[in-house]
Write a protein that binds this ligand. Structure first.
Ligand code: FCB
Length: 447
């Protein structure tokens, strides 16, 4: 196993123009819950049996208080960029007005990043919907899309000149499917008839927010972050291939095709009528607003086989897997990027999340996470292969800066390149963090 991250000498990813960053999300790291309104994840955490270890986001990594030292930490890694998300319930009051205290918290962070020459990649929605909006129907209510645009309007004015890049949404698939169809994420609603309705309102929210950002923040890179779990058939049989294509349309293409082609995948017509979203006349035009970039989150692939009743079923992931049970299959990243590039006319792409959960241990003050280094090395090289095959990829973000609240898994899964001791809140850079730092600092100037 390797303890180093290395790319071919001629790789464009060794140019200093290529952006390397680390990523986090508000609910997963901040805590400081008394200084904001409740969100759907607070409610979900308070519902017995939803989060495996019964934990919540009340303190998390206490980044709300420790943000200054955390920015020092980010800086010490030598990264070019930091991807963070804004907690909507921290910056907007129930009246819809800005909560200036919450805004000031982020302004201080953005100023500090700017002073250190670290580019801020700001995600406007990483799943922490204000609970009062959920009480009115959440993403099943079309109005929520307009409330999102209002929030984006106010916050993008308040942040003027401080943000390098905005992402409207993080992974609308997770919000819609996990949150409103299978219910394993907040708000925990279950029903096949809900997922695509929530998805449509999320995508509408994205399109409306793009209009706002284009007006208020024309100089930032404005786009969206989608997650992809590429689908592979278990066998070469026609039935398995057909089932897999269906799954791919349902889980992956559903969220990207409307952005570039202004339509949902054809399988829409095969879904029962009561699963269909209500699409107003100008919706698809709004949703397909031009993007400055596409953010791609990638962790793993999924293998499917045909099933008479369910159409497709996923087979258990083969080894090797990470600590969260996700198969390690870097080739899927290359194949995904190449195939998206041939299907759609893509803007520049950033890999906005990639990383591995490993069962880390601190030994003598160090975390020897060789498996994570191997994961990063293989995925960085898989990306490089995609670049060589013509995909315009401009940057890469490790998920995550530090261990944090991993949603329904609570604090049990560690994704950080920095270890967090949740009792003492002490951070320790893992060997993967050192390897990442070395890769970044060894880039060739002006290549
Ligand atoms: C992604 C989420 C991110 C993190 C990783 C492991 O789906 O965007 O917040 O939890 O998975």
């Amino acid at each position: 196993m390797t303890d180093k991250l290395s790319l071919p000498d001629e790789s464009l990813m060794l140019s200093t123009d290529f952006i390397y960053g680390v990523a986090t999300a508000s609910f997963q790291i901040e805590g400081g819950a008394n200084d904001r309104l409740p969100c759907i994840w607070d409610t979900f955490c308070n519902t017995k049996g939803k989060v495996i270890d019964g934990s919540n986001g009340l303190v998390a990594c206490d980044h709300f208080n420790l943000w200054q030292q955390d920015i020092e930490l980010i800086d010490s890694l030598g990264v070019d960029a930091y991807r963070l998300s804004i907690s909507w319930p921290r910056v907007i009051k129930e009246t819809g007005e800005l909560n200036q205290e919450g805004v000031n918290y982020y302004l201080a962070i953005l100023d500090r990043l700017q002073a250190k020459n670290i580019k801020a990649f700001v995600t406007l929605y990483h799943w922490d919907l204000p609970q009062y909006l959920e009480d009115d129907g959440g993403w099943l209510n079309r109005e929520t899309a307009y409330r999102f645009a209002d929030y984006v309007n106010l916050i993008s004015k308040a942040f003027a000149g401080k943000v390098y890049s905005y992402a409207t949404l993080n992974e609308p698939f997770c919000s819609a499917f996990l949150g409103y169809e299978v219910g394993i994420h907040a708000p925990g609603i279950v029903g096949k008839q809900y997922g695509k309705k929530a998805a449509h309102h999320l995508l509408l929210a994205h399109g409306l927010a793009m209009q706002v950002l284009t007006k208020n923040s024309p100089n930032s890179l404005n786009g969206i972050v989608l997650n992809f779990t590429p689908c592979y058939p278990e066998s070469d049989s026609q039935a398995d291939k057909k089932a897999t294509d269906f799954a791919d349309d349902y889980f992956n293409q559903w969220y990207i095709k409307p952005l570039f082609d202004g339509v949902y995948p054809d399988i829409l017509s095969e879904l029962p009528q009561d699963h269909h979203p209500e699409i107003f006349a100008s919706d698809m035009e709004i949703i397909s607003h031009k993007l400055d970039y596409l953010g791609v989150n990638f962790y793993t692939r999924a293998i499917y086989k045909a099933d008479e009743k369910e159409r497709f079923i996923q087979i258990p992931p083969p080894e090797p897997t990470t600590d969260i049970g996700w198969e390690i299959y870097p080739k899927a990243l290359t194949e995904l990027l190449v195939s998206l590039n041939s299907k759609y006319s893509l803007p520049p792409v950033y890999i906005t999340e990639n990383g591995a959960a490993i069962d880390d241990e601190i030994i003598d003050g160090k975390v020897y996470d060789a498996k994570r280094i191997g994961y990063y090395n293989d995925h960085l090289n898989a990306m490089n292969d995609a670049i060589e095959q013509g995909v315009d990829i401009r940057g890469y973000f490790a998920w995550s800066l530090m261990d944090n609240f991993e949603w329904a898994e609570g604090y049990l899964k560690r994704f950080g390149i920095v270890y967090v001791d949740y009792d003492s809140q002490v951070r320790t850079i893992k060997e993967s963090g050192h390897a990442y730092k070395n890769l970044i600092s060894n880039r060739n100037i002006n290549k």
